[in-house]
Design a protein around this ligand. Sequence first.
Ligand SMILES: NC(=O)C1=CN([C@@H]2O[C@H](COP(=O)(O)OP(=O)(O)OC[C@H]3O[C@@H](n4cnc5c(N)ncnc54)[C@H](OP(=O)(O)O)[C@@H]3O)[C@@H](O)[C@H]2O)C=CC1
Ligand SMILES: N[C@@H](CCC(=O)N[C@@H](CSC=O)C(=O)NCC(=O)O)C(=O)O
Ligand SMILES: [Zn+2]
Ligand SMILES: [Zn+2]
Length: 381
Amino acid sequence: MSPGKPIKCIAAVAYEAGKPLTVEEITVDAPKEHEVRIKVEYTAVCHTDAYTLSGMDPEGAFPSILGHEGAGIVESVGDKVTNVKPGDHVIALYTAECKECKFCTSNKTNLCSSVRATQGKGVMPDGTSRFHNAKGEKLLHFMGCSTFSQYTVVADVSVVAVTPEAPLEKICLLGCGVTTGYGAAVKTADVQKGDTVAVFGAGTVGLSVVQGAKARGCSKIIVVDINNQKKQWAQDFGATDFVNPKTDLKEGQSIVDKLVEITDGGCDFTFDCTGNTSVMRDALEACHKGWGQSIIIGVAAAGQEISTRPFQLVTGRVWKGSAFGGIKGRSDMDGLISDYRDGKLKVDEFVTHERPFTDINAAFEDLHHGDCLRTVLDLSK
Ligand SMILES: NC(=O)C1=CN([C@@H]2O[C@H](COP(=O)(O)OP(=O)(O)OC[C@H]3O[C@@H](n4cnc5c(N)ncnc54)[C@H](OP(=O)(O)O)[C@@H]3O)[C@@H](O)[C@H]2O)C=CC1
Ligand SMILES: N[C@@H](CCC(=O)N[C@@H](CSC=O)C(=O)NCC(=O)O)C(=O)O
Ligand SMILES: [Zn+2]
Ligand SMILES: [Zn+2]
């Protein structure tokens, strides 16, 4: 432990959009008041890290330390930190929970406002960064987490302690993908037994929606993906049907027609887990007239907009969105970990690749291959 002292360690720095990350030594300053320094043990790479690195994120800023699906051990804490202590096993939270703001005290949302403005600018709540490189240049934070570093500093509201019994190399996925999809099904949509559901995009997020829908006893869980390699996974996670719009439609039939046909008029719930705005439109229009709800989870590139005929909404379809599955990270994580440990929530199954941290650029390549759900990086290597 080096409380109060800067730590030199290895991080993967995003210097420029569209360029590989640079693995190099950086300095991580000590945590200030209401801040926590974490020794990151494991992190996965989420599609959103790749999206920001690509330059498509309006909030993307460089140079920065990306990564937001990580777990580790608290190394030291600044003054006034009461929720975690050195030695605690923790998950970093890109959706903070201060438990005090207008959002946190409402049961309508998980979108805590306490640190969101500074988080979006890549700095800590006091407006400064805790990272610099060997040249002394400031490096920005990302999504309040920056888990692509052996040590990171986060706001105390952006971290939750978890039982040390849970394997960090697996539960790092609860920092984003699994929680996001599962929460979108059971919390944002609150799907019920017997509902019909279509999930567009069979990545970690989409397959986690599937497991939420299965847990609730939905009658049809239709996965839509353009890659037939995803079919087996879809079935393993609980899908009842798989449709590939490129190969499984009749002449002149659209994916909307197909879903309306197999659900007798449209789905009760649909989920976009692709980030593609034309898929978002299909997902809305595949909803049942009068009550169908479509949940947007995917993150679209800067400048993209969604559209549909207003008539789709006039006739009772509902378009909504979900961030981090509507989960309040500090209040709800314990329950998710218990479900995982009781065998009710699949997490291990999403770890298709494991690599040493220094191979992080290969992990970004993995994302583009149909055989990868999540690559988990070991920061000790
Ligand atoms: N709102 C939130 O809180 C969060 C949002 N996200 C966002 O959710 C999305 C999904 O994330 P993740 O699961 O990690 O990503 P993945 O890339 O692993 O999954 C997306 C899946 O969608 C498939 N796909 C692409 N285009 C289409 C299409 N036209 N129709 C059907 N399927 C398609 C992809 O296939 P292929 O592999 O062949 O391209 C892939 O299987 C991303 O946009 C991510 O940024 C992620 C976490 C949190
Ligand atoms: N920064 C982007 C939007 C990116 C985005 O929508 N992020 C999701 C989480 S994606 C995780 O992998 C999210 O939770 N958004 C809500 C939030 O408060 O950030 C942009 O500016 O468009
Ligand atoms: Zn993510
Ligand atoms: Zn709050």
